[in-house]
Design a protein around this ligand. Structure first.
Ligand code: ADQ
Length: 752
C-alpha cells in the first residue's frame, strides 16, 4: 500500500490538537469543580452558623431565667416549641450532663460532648461539626449565665448532612459540561485549521508545484502568515528561474558559438579581472529614492537613463554606489554611515548617500549642471546660463563627493572607480591627485559638442583638466569622442594621440573611447496584467492602433514637436481618427528650473489644444499620462504598441528607443527615431526622422502603421538582435576591460 505522508501528518496534527483540547478542557473543568465544592461548603457553613447563632441567642434569653427559677418542665416546653426535625435543642447542666433535649435529637446524643465542657469552662460559645449517630450535625453550644459561674449550656443541633457534596452528582454535572465544551472547541478548531491552515497549505503546495513547473502564477494566498512565506518562496522561485534562464542562454550561446554578454558572464568577468576589488560608482542621481507617502515610506527608482544603465551592473557585480540623497525620507532609511543596501529586500550592493544643502543643490545641480553644461552639450537652442556662484557650488560639491569617495576607498588598493556624467567633471582629477593608484573611468552620458560650441563655457579649461584626471573617458558614439579630442586640442596644452585615441599630458594618458550604452536584455515578458485588446478597449471602443512615447519632460526630447507631428498626421490622414491613440508617459523633471516649468505647462496646453480640436465623444488622439511611472506600468505600453516615437532634438544615446525594441512583441512594432540620437547610429532599421521636420514625422507615422508586416517583422528582428547583443552587460564589460587594460600599463605612475 502506498503511504501518503501529507495525509498522515495532517491526521497527526489534528489528533494532537484534539488531544490537547480535551486534556486542557478536563483540567479546567476539574479545577472549576473543586473551586465550586469549596465555595458551596463555605456558604453552607456560614448559613448554618448564622441560623444556629440566631436561635441560640433568642433561646438563651428565654431559657436563662426559666432555668434559674422555674421547674424543668417549663424549660422543656420552651425548647420543644423551638425544636424541629432538622433543628434539635438540648440543655446541659453545669457538669455537662444532659438535662433535657428535643425528641428528634435526644436518641442520637452521646453521653458526653467535649464541645459542651469547653463552653462551660471557657464561658464562651463553641461551634463546629460533629457526626452524631452517623449524621453530620452542626453544633452551637452557648453557656447559660447565672449570678456566678455558668448554670449550664444551651446547645443547638442543625442538620449539616448537605455539607457533604455528592461526588457522583458532581461528576455527572461536569461530564456533561466537559463534553459540550470540548466538542464545541474541537469543532471550531477543526474549522479554523481547515480554512486557515490546511486549505491555504494545499493551495500553496499546488501553487509551488506550478511554479516549479515554470508557470508564473501569482501566489494564491496573502496576509501576514502565509503571504510572507509565499513572497519568500516567489523570490526563491524567481532566483531559480533566473538561474535556469541564464544557464539556458549560456547553453544557447555555446551552441551558437557566440559570446553574448549576460549578467552571469559579466559577473565572471568582474571576478576574474577585478580579483574581488570592489567597484565604486559615483553619480548624482541615486538608484533608489525613499519618499513619504502619507505616513508610510516608499522606495522607487527614478526616471533616469543613467540609473537604468548602471543598476543591472551593480546588481551583478556588487560594490558601493555614492549618490546624492534626494528623497524626503532618505535620511530615515540610511544607517549611521549614511548607507543602505539595495535592493532593500535582498541587497546586492551598497548605496552611500551624500547630503547637499539647498544652496549647494541649487548652484551645482540646477544651476551649473543643468542650466550650464546640459544646454551647452545639447544643441537644442536653449541658451546655457553660466553664473560664477553656480560654478563655485559645482566645485564645492565635486570636492564633497571626492571626500566621501576617498573615505570609502581608503582601505582598497587600486580601486576601480566609475564616475557618471557631467555633474562630476572635476571629480577624476580630485581623486587622482590623492589616489594615483585608482583606476578611474568617467562616462559622459550626454553629447559632446564641437569646440566652438563648447568654447563659450567660461571654465572650459578647468572642466577639461578635471575630466583628464580619468584614465578612460567614455562617450556613446565616436562623433562625440572626436568632438572632445578636438576641444582638448584647442583649449588646453596637451598632445592628442589620434592613433590610440588618447590625450597625453606629462606621463599620464587619458584614453577616449566610444562605448554605446544600452539596456538589460528583456527576459520572459510573463504576465503584464493587461492584454493588448484590453489596453485598446480602455483607450476607446474603436481603437485598433497604439503609438507610445516615454520621456522625462525635457526640451531636448522633442515632445512638443512630436505632438505637432501627431496633429499633422490626423489632419492629413483623417481615416485614422478614432482608430489610433498616442499615449505619452511623461515624467516631470528638474522642475525648479524655469525652462522646464514652461515646457511642462506648454506640453499640457498643446495636448489640450490638439485633443480639443480633434477629439470625439469617445476618443482622444493623445492620452497624456504625466507622472513618474514604474517599469511595470510602462511595460504593457512598450509591449503592445504598434510604434514608438523617440523624437529628441539631441540625445546622447536614448534608452527609450532600446527599451521599446527590446520589449515590443516579436513581429509587431516600428521605431520612429530621431537621427540626432546616439541610438540612431546602431538602430538603422528604425524610421529615422528629423524632429524639426513636422511633416516628415507625420509621414513616418503613416509609414509605421501601413508598413507591410514582413518588412516590419524583418526590421524589428534585426533591431532586436542588435539590442540583445549590444546590451548593458557588454557596455559594462567593455568599459571595465578598457579600464583594466589602461591601468595595467601605468597603474601607480599617474601624474596629473
Ligand atoms: P535621459 O536623458 O534620462 O538619460 P533616456 O536615455 O531616454 O534619457 O532614459 C530615460 C529613462 O527614464 C528610461 O529608462 C525611461 O524608461 C525612463 N523614463 C522616461 N520617462 C519615464 C516616465 N514617465 N516614468 C518612468 N520612467 C521614465 C541620459 C542621456 C541619454 C542616455 C542616458 C543613458 O540624456 O542620452 O541615453 O543618459 O546614458
Amino acid at each position: 500500500m502506498v503511504k501518503c505522508p501529507r495525509g498522515i501528518s495532517q491526521v497527526k496534527l489534528v489528533l494532537r490538537l484534539l488531544g490537547a483540547i480535551w486534556v486542557s478542557s478536563l483540567v479546567i473543568i476539574a479545577g472549576f469543580a473543586l473551586v465550586q465544592i469549596y465555595a458551596e461548603r463555605d456558604q453552607i457553613l456560614t448559613d448554618l452558623e448564622r441560623r444556629a447563632w440566631l436561635t441560640g441567642e433568642v433561646l438563651k434569653e428565654a431559657v436563662e431565667p426559666a432555668i434559674q427559677r422555674g421547674p424543668p418542665a417549663r424549660v422543656e416546653r420552651i425548647i420543644k416549641k423551638f425544636g424541629s426535625p432538622r433543628r434539635g435543642i438540648a440543655i446541659y447542666d453545669q457538669f455537662a450532663g444532659l438535662v433535657v433535649a428535643t425528641p428528634d435529637v435526644a436518641p442520637r446524643l452521646p453521653p458526653s460532648l467535649p464541645m459542651i465542657s469547653k463552653a462551660l469552662t471557657t464561658g464562651e460559645a463553641q461551634k463546629g461539626i460533629e457526626t452524631l449517630a452517623g449524621q453530620k450535625t452542626y453544633l452551637y453550644a452557648v453557656p447559660l449565665q447565672g449570678e456566678g459561674p455558668p448554670l449550664g449550656a444551651l446547645v443547638i443541633f442543625l442538620d449539616a448532612s448537605h455539607i457533604e457534596i455528592n461526588p457522583s452528582d458532581l461528576l455527572q454535572q461536569n461530564t456533561v459540561r466537559l463534553l459540550i465544551l470540548a466538542s464545541v472547541v474541537s469543532l471550531l478548531t477543526l474549522l479554523v485549521v481547515k480554512w486557515s491552515i490546511t486549505h491555504p497549505m494545499t493551495r500553496m503546495a499546488e501553487w509551488a508545484r506550478q511554479v516549479r513547473a515554470g508557470k508564473a502564477t501569482p501566489p494564491p494566498v496573502s496576509g501576514r502568515f502565509f503571504g510572507s512565506l509565499a513572497s519568500e518562496f516567489s523570490e526563491l522561485a524567481k532566483s531559480l528561474d533566473d538561474a535556469k534562464a541564464a544557464a539556458e542562454r549560456e547553453a544557447l550561446l555555446r551552441l551558437e558559438g557566440e559570446a553574448l554578454w549576460t549578467e552571469e558572464r559579466l559577473k565572471q568577468f568582474v571576478r576574474s579581472q577585478l580579483n574581488d576589488t570592489p567597484l565604486f560608482v559615483v553619480s548624482n542621481r541615486e538608484p533608489l529614492i525613499h519618499q513619504w507617502r502619507g505616513n508610510k515610506i516608499e522606495a522607487s527608482a527614478p526616471a533616469s537613463g543613467l540609473v537604468t544603465a548602471i543598476e543591472p551592473i551593480m546588481r551583478a557585480c556588487g560594490g558601493l554606489w555614492i549618490a546624492q540623497g534626494s528623497g524626503d525620507a532618505d535620511q530615515e532609511t540610511v544607517n549611521a554611515h549614511d548607507k543602505v543596501g539595495v535592493p532593500p529586500e535582498q541587497p546586492a550592493y551598497t548605496l552611500r548617500r551624500v547630503w547637499l544643502t539647498k544652496e549647494e543643490e541649487d548652484g551645482y545641480y540646477y544651476g551649473f549642471a543643468n542650466e550650464g553644461i546640459w544646454p551647452l552639450c545639447h544643441i537644442a537652442h536653449t541658451r546655457p546660463v553660466f553664473r560664477a556662484s553656480d560654478w563655485a557650488a559645482y566645485q564645492r560639491v565635486n570636492e564633497k563627493f571626492a571626500e566621501a569617495l576617498l573615505e570609502e576607498m581608503r582601505d582598497t588598493e587600486r580601486p576601480y572607480v566609475l564616475i557618471q556624467d557631467y555633474h562630476f567633471a572635476l571629480l577624476p582629477r580630485l581623486i587622482k591627485e590623492t589616489r594615483p593608484d585608482a583606476r578611474i573611468a568617467l562616462f559622459w552620458h550626454i553629447p559632446w559638442p564641437n569646440p566652438e560650441a563648447f568654447g563659450i563655457c567660461p571654465w572650459q579649461q578647468e572642466i577639461l583638466l578635471g575630466m583628464l584626471g580619468a584614465d578612460l573617458i567614455g562617450f556613446h558614439i565616436q562623433f562625440h569622442c572626436n568632438n572632445f579630442l578636438e576641444t582638448v586640442e584647442r583649449a588646453i596644452e596637451a598632445r592628442v594621440d589620434r592613433e590610440r585615441f588618447g590625450v597625453v599630458r606629462g606621463r599620464h594618458t587619458t584614453y577616449v573611447k566610444p562605448l554605446p550604452i544600452s539596456v538589460a536584455p528583456e527576459g520572459d515578458p510573463g504576465d503584464l496584467g493587461i492584454s493588448r485588446e484590453e489596453l485598446l478597449r480602455e483607450l476607446g471602443g474603436s481603437v485598433a492602433l497604439l503609438g507610445v512615447g516615454v520621456d522625462r519632460i525635457d526640451y531636448t526630447k522633442g515632445i512638443l514637436e512630436r505632438f505637432r507631428a501627431i496633429e499633422r498626421f490626423f489632419e492629413r490622414y483623417p481615416e485614422y481618427r478614432q482608430r489610433l491613440v498616442f499615449v505619452e508617459l511623461a515624467a516631470p523633471s528638474r522642475s525648479h528650473i524655469k525652462r522646464y516649468q514652461d515646457l511642462d505647462e506648454e506640453a499640457d496646453r498643446v495636448v489640450e489644444e490638439i485633443n480639443w480640436k480633434l477629439q470625439t465623444k469617445r476618443w482622444k488622439p493623445i492620452v497624456y499620462l504625466r507622472g513618474q511611472h514604474s517599469h511595470k506600468e510602462i511595460r504593457p505600453y512598450y509591449r503592445h504598441a504598434d510604434f514608438c516615437m523617440v523624437t529628441s532634438i539631441h540625445d546622447g544615446m536614448n534608452l527609450v528607443a532600446k527599451e521599446y525594441v527590446s520589449a515590443v512583441e516579436e513581429d509587431r512594432g516600428v521605431l520612429i527615431l530621431s537621427r540626432f540620437t546616439g541610438a540612431a547610429r546602431e538602430l538603422v532599421d528604425a524610421l529615422q526622422v528629423n524632429p524639426y521636420h513636422i511633416d516628415e514625422m507625420a509621414e513616418a507615422m503613416r509609414l509605421a502603421v501601413e508598413m507591410p508586416p514582413d518588412e516590419r517583422a524583418l526590421r524589428m528582428r534585426r533591431m532586436k538582435q542588435i539590442v540583445r547583443e549590444r546590451n548593458i552587460y557588454r557596455w559594462a564589460g567593455l568599459l571595465l576591460e578598457e579600464l583594466t587594460r589602461v591601468s595595467v600599463d601605468r597603474a601607480g605612475v599617474a601624474e596629473v
